[in-house]
Design a protein around this ligand. Sequence first.
Ligand SMILES: Nc1ncnc2c1ncn2[C@@H]1O[C@H](COP(=O)(O)OP(=O)(O)OP(=O)(O)O)[C@@H](O)[C@H]1O
Ligand SMILES: [Mg+2]
Length: 507
Amino acid sequence: MSEYILEIQNLTKDFPGVRALENVSLKVKRGEIHSLCGENGAGKSTLMSVISGVYPKGSYEGKVLYKGHETGYHSVKDSEKEGLAIIHQELALSPYLSIYENIFLGHMQTKFGIINWNYYITESKKYLDRVGLTEPPETTVSRLAVGKQQLVEIARALSKKVELLILDEPTSSLNDDESEKLLNLILEFKNQGITSVMISHKLNEVLKVADTVTVLRDGKSISSSNVKEEQLTETRIIRDMVGRDLTRRFPERKSAPAETVLEVKNWNVYHPDYHSIKVVDNVSFYLRKGEILALCGPMGAGRTELMMSIFGRSYGSRSEGEVYIKGKKVNLPTTRAAMDAGLGYISEDRKNLGLILIQDVKTNISNANLRKLSKMGIVNKNEEVLEAEKYRRELNIRTPSVDQITRNLSGGNQQKVVVSRTLSADPDIFIVDEPTRGIDVGAKTEIYHILNDMVAAGKSVVMISSELPEALGMADRIYVMNEGRIKGVLSHDEATQEKIMQLALVN
Ligand SMILES: Nc1ncnc2c1ncn2[C@@H]1O[C@H](COP(=O)(O)OP(=O)(O)OP(=O)(O)O)[C@@H](O)[C@H]1O
Ligand SMILES: [Mg+2]
């Protein structure tokens, strides 16, 4: 038996106008955790799709050897039969089916045409146990938070006797606690002999769990390093990813906040389904011109609900309280009204980014900004292209052209299109909800630069961030929330990770 469970030899994969992978070689040892790193658009997801049969044999050049023999998969079903499971960047469960149906979907056995549901419910409990989910198997998947949905996907993989588990950015939408649990699970699988390949932009997590790290750059394999033997560091990985050293992740800024531009007083928001439950509880805060404000706190603290309810009442069955923009009391019943009042919002929801995936990149970027780009109702196409090109350059959106269909962009590059769209609408007050989720280290710094330039030009930013270093590095002030309430506020100079966590826990 070969030491390697997976070997990729000289793999090249083209899409119209794009060479996604060029002569890539990679070896994954049996039983190890192998991490794949690289910038947005480097080819990571494409490579995993080739391995798992999403792209069938014949659509690429080169060889994929799995358990010692060359694969020739025509679909994911083929690879699943051989114990290969992939968990995609965007979750792929059926939201309206139950947990156990999702686990066994497509591989239930019938006896005389009848499915023994009870058997599958009991059986699913075994796998839910292994991933640490305590929800009843009959629960509808859409009721679960993202982190738990991810665990259902993993339970599904286990039910198929997985030997090689591929995880594409599994922790990108999880908080610290959930991420840690997931990483521990992967380590536990390693003890059980399951091999994992994990794609991630979170290099600290990579170094925590991986035995080997492979870096892709521009579709080429750059390096494969043994983490322990080579004492691999984040700096080394970044250098291989971007081809140079990245010195400062958080650019320096001289902050000079001026007068208050947004003030929210005694804001209460009620749950969309359960009308008597308060999700945001009597919150007051202010934001100044030229200021970056961060909202920190654990998942479920009410940060997104707070900001979405202010932004045109996009969340909740009801919200009460007062909002002042530049000293004037406003009522913002719709997102249009919020945008007209100078607010812009970048949503955290990766699956539902608000992009129209079948439309091209330039149309998506100009979508929020058609008024500026049109005259008497007609969109000026040249202006539209120029605007899109500007953001393609500034944020390094990887696409052969701005006419590309957005769905064909890599996950991180789609996120950059979302950021561009809101920037292009040129709001005075910019609400960004996890703006750098799924974005590589280099592009993150670009986004920080842009936010800094915006506040230097007199705009204001409210940033919801689960990455504490990001909040600490960028914000003038940090409001700490938990359980729907503001628990405290810290200035840039006094804020530390410990103080933020402490504040979140006070009663
Ligand atoms: N179906 C497709 N049609 C055309 N181009 C594609 C398609 N799928 C991927 N690409 C292109 O192939 C390249 C690699 O994309 P891929 O999704 O593998 O990147 P990635 O490394 O996973 O990036 P990210 O970190 O953003 O997820 C990108 O330039 C992307 O635009
Ligand atoms: Mg990807």
